[in-house]
Design a protein around this ligand. Structure first.
Ligand code: PLP
Length: 395
């Protein structure tokens, strides 16, 4: 089919031309004497995206899942207790990894559509006088349900309980799209990946690690090798890597970081909020509901949209793919067949969101979902016109 396939999944996201071209390079010498003049400023600028002055950035050739593994193995010992809430496929997989790695996992199950239950965490942390919890794990943005959680709230609960556990945050589908404050929230490890807010192909796990988490590695008894922070630190300090680094990906990261910083992080967050709000206006104009159970959980990077009873969202996603040449996100696990997702993050603007909404609307009408033609698109158009006009006036 002619034309470009629409990619409206919550990662991998569209790769901007500047990032693609940055990767189109001849192979480079990973031991070149001038490599540090490229890598050291890159490490420093990626820290800005995490809003940290004090943490250290690690770039592993891996996806976000490898980033989780790096976080756990470098800081914890077998049998250590961790606290995590499970409310979607990605928080579920993280909890599962912890169990498989031999940690004692206290899982708080929450209805899918809600986020981290800060009050329950606060009670558990207060009750844990012996400080058995060694880490508290927060999925900042649950990509399966389109739910954003309150990391600052969890930090406050930990501080109120004077709890010394490490705070780990999965920001795979939020970093560089939804505001994140590594230092202010005293996050110990933030795990992200290249294929979402960074607008790159999958293949880099991008981590920021606090001094406290780095210190914890000295007593951490879990086995680790490839993901050992120690090996990275020894070589990264001079701008090199303990193995052959994926230099084309680092060049892409340079270009992506430049794009983010030149747009301005606050503008990036405002754009994501505006795009997401237009999608939410469309969903209510369709007469449908989000999986996110309340506005406080609304994600600015992905909307999971519940189809009415009797309709199969997997069939809808398949239909949109084959008939309209566009990818929408599938429902995963407990919400499989029930929700379809629109990813609205990365290199995206209003017109691209309207394309996603129009395609979803056509596919829903084809399958008999009772939505009025143009209703969602119309609502988003009017919202975007207003929101874009007010931001243009401000500039
Ligand atoms: N965490 C979240 C919130 C995600 O959305 C994903 C992937 O979509 C992951 C973790 C796993 O990341 P990866 O697929 O890059 O290993």
């Amino acid at each position: 089919m002619p034309g470009q396939r629409g990619l409206f999944i919550p990662g991998p996201t569209n790769v901007p031309q500047a990032v693609r071209l940055a990767m189109d390079i001849s192979m480079e010498d990973q031991r070149a004497p001038d490599l540090p003049s490229f890598t050291l400023p890159l490490f420093a600028d990626v820290k800005k995206v995490f809003k940290t002055d004090t943490a250290q950035v690690f770039l592993f050739p891996a996806s976000g899942t490898g980033g989780w593994e790096a976080a756990m193995t470098n800081t914890l010992s077998p049998g250590d207790k961790v606290l995590i809430a499970r409310f979607g496929q990605f928080s579920l997989l993280w909890a599962d990894m912890c169990t498989r790695m031999g940690l004692e996992v206290d899982v708080v199950d929450v209805p899918w559509g809600e986020g981290v239950p800060v009050e329950i965490f606060a009670e558990k942390l207060k009750a844990d006088k012996a400080h058995a919890y060694k880490a508290v794990l927060v999925t900042h943005n649950e990509t399966a349900t389109g739910v954003t959680s309150d990391v600052a709230g969890v930090r406050k609960a930990m501080d109120d309980a004077h709890h010394p556990a490490l705070l780990f945050v999965d920001a795979v589908s939020s970093l560089a799209s939804i505001d994140f404050h590594m230092d202010e929230w005293k996050v110990d490890i933030c795990v992200s990946g290249s294929q979402k807010g960074f607008m790159m192909p999958a293949g880099l796990a991008i981590l920021a690690v606090s001094e406290k988490a780095l210190a914890a590695r000295k007593a951490a008894g879990m086995r680790r090798c490839y993901f050992d922070f120690e090996d990275m630190m020894k070589t990264n300090k001079d701008g090199f890597f303990p193995y052959t680094p994926p230099l084309h990906m680092l060049r892409a990261l340079r270009a992506a970081t430049d794009l983010l910083l030149s747009e301005g992080l606050e503008n990036v967050f405002a754009r994501h909020h505006r795009l997401a709000e237009g999608v939410r206006q469309a969903v209510s104009a369709w007469g449908l509901r989000l999986c996110a159970a309340a506005p406080k959980w609304h994600s600015d990077t992905v909307s999971a949209i519940l189809l009415p009873e009797g309709f199969d969202s997997a069939a809808l996603v398949r239909h949109a793919y084959t008939k309209y040449h566009m990818s929408l996100g599938m429902g995963l696990n407990k919400v499989a067949g029930k929700v379809f997702r629109i990813g609205h993050l990365g290199d995206l603007n209003e017109i691209m969101c309207l394309q996603a909404l129009a395609g979803a609307e056509m596919a829903m009408r084809d399958l008999g979902v009772p939505v009025t033609a143009g209703s969602g698109v119309g609502a988003a158009i009017e919202y975007y016109r207003g929101a874009t006009a007010s931001s243009a006036l401000k500039n």
